[in-house]
Design a protein around this ligand. Sequence first.
Ligand SMILES: [Zn+2]
Ligand SMILES: [Zn+2]
Length: 365
Amino acid sequence: MQTSLTLLPFKTPLIFPIHHHNPISPKPLPSSPQPYQHHTFSQKQTQTHASPVNSFKGSGYISTISQAIKEEEEYRRARAEVLRKGLDLEGISIEGLSVGGHETCVIIPDFKCAFDIGRCPSRAIQQSFVFITHAHLDHIGGLPMYVASRGLYNLKPPTVFVPPCIKDDVEKLFEIHRSMGQVELNLDLVALDVGETYEMRNNLVVRAFKTQHVIPSQGYVIYSVRKKLKMKYINMKGRQIEKLKKSGVEITNTILSPEVAFTGDTTSDYMLDPHNADALRAKVLITEATFLDEGISIEQARQHGHTHLFEIIEHAQWIRNKAVVLTHFSSRYSIEDIRQAVSKLQSKVSAKVVPLTEGFKSMYS
Ligand SMILES: [Zn+2]
Ligand SMILES: [Zn+2]
């Protein structure tokens, strides 16, 4: 039987390298940026001792404070390390990694979600939603481990979205793991079809869109939801509006704003499908560019169900996004190859173009 660990509130996630070495007994990190401020000195103490910290040296009290300060420093160092690797675009932070054929897992902590889960990076465990684009192992291989890890830490069973055509197989996969490992694996598995919308929370929804790969696949757009007063009531006084509202009249329109779109593996054809307009006008588009140079032709890229950077450049006029994150580069490329290639697209679009390069090596290292 699998045993569960009861943790203190799981506020400080396992994303920090200092905890990677011992995932079995993760030590809760200080949840406040300055935990030692919780230890307050009385007025008398501060007056009597010019430097209260030194004057308490050797006492149990001071060692607790020192420990807290030390932990704080470790926390800051680790956090800086994580932030260095993550991206911050249009106020949305994006973490994770994507190496073609090896592993893709792109995380948006603000939305508590991960797109695909090829292996299971520890920072994915805190995310309550996972959106699977297709069933290749570099995109779905980490799913059972992710669900098991959430159980291990007594976290709420996650909601996992899959293309409807693979739902039965994913269920069978979990049945096999439950039977082989004699474990409880709890998840809410949702088959979300292209064009369908699901409410993640009251101000956030997700919708699936069509992509083209060598097996069935789909991308996802996450929208923020807000209510806007209907034009015809715009000049009304507050009291009148209140009255109308109470009488049951719908006084607002619901506005969906596409925030983030994630394609997963696909040919560039998705860019030409008018149904996918929202993906191309989301604030941030996270798309693939598996191949970057003349070493692989556009035709070869298409045969493998992937996008060549040259095609994105060709279709650049359709990109209305504020930022484009390129992912899923073939492992044949170095960080320098990627940067050089990305600058070619950057010169063609007003959107900020950023590559996700975690997991790639530099030519010089
Ligand atoms: Zn892939
Ligand atoms: Zn694939």
